[in-house]
Design a protein around this ligand. Sequence first.
Ligand code: 3PG
Length: 318
Amino acid sequence: MKVKLKPFLNITKMKILVFTEKPFAQNAVKAIENTVNASGNDLELVERGTRADLLEAVKDAEGLIVRSDVIDAEVMEHAPKLKVIVRAGAGYDNIDLQAATDRGICVMNTPGQNSNAVAELVFGMVVMMCRNQYNGTSGSELKGKSLGIYAFGQVGRNVARIAKGFGMKIEALDKFVADAVMEGEGVHPVHDVKELFSNNDFVSLHIPATAETRNSIGYELAMMMPKNGVLVNTARKEVIDEEGLMKALEERPDLRYVSDIRPAAAEEFEKRFAARVFFTPKKMGAQTAEANFNAGVAAAEQAIAYLKDGWNKYQVNK
Ligand code: 3PG
């Protein structure tokens, strides 16, 4: 996408709006406030706001910082002064990039800032599932088991680092990452998704939601997993073909599914498969004080740097 960015006017004080339906931790909010104030700009903070609140608050904002909040053409239409949107986090499927590009708005994410938090939650959910959701019955261990990491980006790499501590064998699939990079981190590269699923006791998803990945994990892949396989999703619910996965869980009473993103059919999953599935009530992989601080401050610094002199290292609509 080619972006024709809005010209910089000689404005000295600008408004940066932080709009988060799911608020940052207090320490992060304070640090964001300090960062914006120190830059001489104004901060407006709207937490747990409605769509109407967003449309109102964005009216005079030059910068916008969000998490998974949906920023579409309508929001941008209400924001004639908006020059930069920073997604404080990794995935930016919540932002209409084309609409931003059409309006000369720069969109950035903050890669890596919350990835350790997400990776730790992978193991939080995996251990819980392997210990039968702590119901007192005999479970299983991770040591010596195999883990397949689907996408070896920032989160995938942190997952690999932690898996080593558990004594797991690790494979990863990522067509954008050279084998040597994985090998350098003690990870065996594979080049076929079927191989990843059939080789590994656990498969952890870290792919973004794109046209290519949508509904791509379903019956066929789940059925390839070894006995007692566990599928772990801290990526996006859209990558799962829910009907297909339910069919596999039905036919394979040994399979399990844990996810940090409640499926659209969460209640049906829970009703039919009870203890073999677990979903966090609200996506909380990145919901730690540390990740909020890192991603929130990075987002504020990036928005300021862009507004000040066009710094756009992490621009995703170009
Ligand atoms: C991300 O893409 O960074 C994670 O999914 C975290 O999203 P969140 O900021 O909505 O918790």
